[in-house]
Design a protein around this ligand. Structure first.
Ligand code: CUA
Length: 377
């Protein structure tokens, strides 16, 4: 009879060593191959080691400082460890039958004490150096909060999306009037101006659970505790699309609570800002008219707002310029008509647990609604 459980037999040592080394190399290669897989679509970056502004640069420098000091410490420890294994004390080897060592070699003991004491002093100095460089980085990051004339953006973390409201901006981008405040979702546009750098004051808050705002290329993460609004100052020094995440577990769809920061040259930012300040255009044909009617007479209007129409609910994202955005459902899917249709009809399939309900629209109504939403640029 064949036993179901075989006793584990150790591999012959040479084979075992060979297999172990090969296995480790394969594992390391597999992990290295996985790194490019972490890169995101939309030609964008999300890496704390790819800074795009002064804060990101300070954090990256600190990271590399810690990394290289840790490398030096690791190599020293391994060298000392190997030295200790290979080192043989002269004349003190114990052999069977020889007398036990009763008198320590005093000169050797003293040398050892000096080495140990020296190592303790170097360790303490190194730790204090790291501590002070950490403080210095913190101070340098804080420096931006003194910038005059910033763009102020209110960001509210919701389960599971980011509400973005432009509160104020420098006069040169146009007077801000109370009735045309810009409200968008999961996408933040900021200007890049090398001659006249513009700081951005992100005013963060949450009304449900703890979230954490994190755009690694621009800044470290900042927790947002309900009832405790906080500020985060950022600046981008080169144009680009920078991904961000919610960095604090906040429920079922925490992993699908992403955002994107679009840093663009001043003229492009100005054009975006001007477009976002407009209300939605009126439907220009029969299908779009039908689409708007579907919107106003279905569940959509209960949660969403469209500037310039009767839809003014604030439960879900403002849709006045939904067609201009790159993402749907906080980055769960790209903003394309097919994905939008899928999201309207069965959002729970794309993002289970999201607040958006199913909408059983007939195909003609759905097509009309999509056509109308596509005009909201
Ligand atoms: Cu919001 Cu995790």
């Amino acid at each position: 009879m064949i036993s179901a459980v075989k006793p584990i037999r150790p591999l012959p040592s040479a084979v075992g060593r060979g297999m172990g080394a090969a296995y480790r190399i394969l594992l390391a290669a597999a992990l290295l191959l996985a790194i490019p897989g972490c890169a995101r679509e939309l030609n964008s970056t999300e890496s704390a080691l790819d800074p795009a502004g002064p804060q990101g640069q300070h954090i990256t420098s600190l990271w590399w400082l810690f990394f290289w000091i840790c490398v030096v410490v690791y190599v020293l420890v391994i060298v000392m460890l190997c030295g200790a294994f290979l080192h043989k004390r002269k004349g003190q080897a114990m052999t069977p039958g020889s007398d036990p060592i009763t008198k320590p070699d005093e000169e050797h003991e003293q040398r050892m004490w000096r080495v140990v004491f020296g190592a303790i002093v170097v360790t303490v100095i190194t730790l204090f150096f790291l501590l002070f460089s950490d403080f210095a980085t913190g101070r340098a990051i804080h420096g931006l909060s003194q910038s005059p004339d910033p763009i102020r953006i209110q960001i509210t973390g919701h389960q599971w999306w980011w509400e973005v409201r432009y509160g104020d901006w420098p006069k040169r981008f146009g007077e801000r009037l109370p009735y045309n405040m810009i409200t968008t979702a999961n996408e933040i546009h900021i200007p890049v101006d090398s001659s006249h750098p513009i700081a951005v004051d992100l005013q963060l808050e949450s009304h449900d659970v703890i979230h954490s705002f994190w755009v690694p290329s621009l800044h470290g993460k900042r927790d947002i505790v309900p009832g405790h609004p906080t500020d985060l100052w950022i600046r981008a020094d080169r144009p680009g699309t920078y991904w961000g995440e919610c960095g604090e577990y906040c429920g079922y769809q925490h992993a699908q609570m992403r955002l994107v920061v679009v840093a663009e040259p001043v003229e492009q930012f100005q054009a975006w800002l001007t477009a976002q300040r407009q209300t939605a255009p009126d439907p220009s044909n029969k299908i779009q008219e039908r689409g708007q009617t579907v919107f106003m007479h279905s569940a959509c209007v209960m949660c969403h707002a469209i500037g310039g129409t009767e839809a003014r609910a604030l439960v879900g994202p403002d849709l006045t310029h939904v067609a201009s955005r790159k993402l749907l459902a906080a980055g769960a899917v790209p903003n394309a008509p097919g994905h939008l249709a899928g999201w309207i009809v069965d959002p729970q399939r794309i993002k289970p647990g999201a607040r958006m309900p199913q909408n059983n629209l007939n195909p003609l109504d759905l097509r009309a609604l999509l056509e109308y939403l596509e005009t909201l640029k």
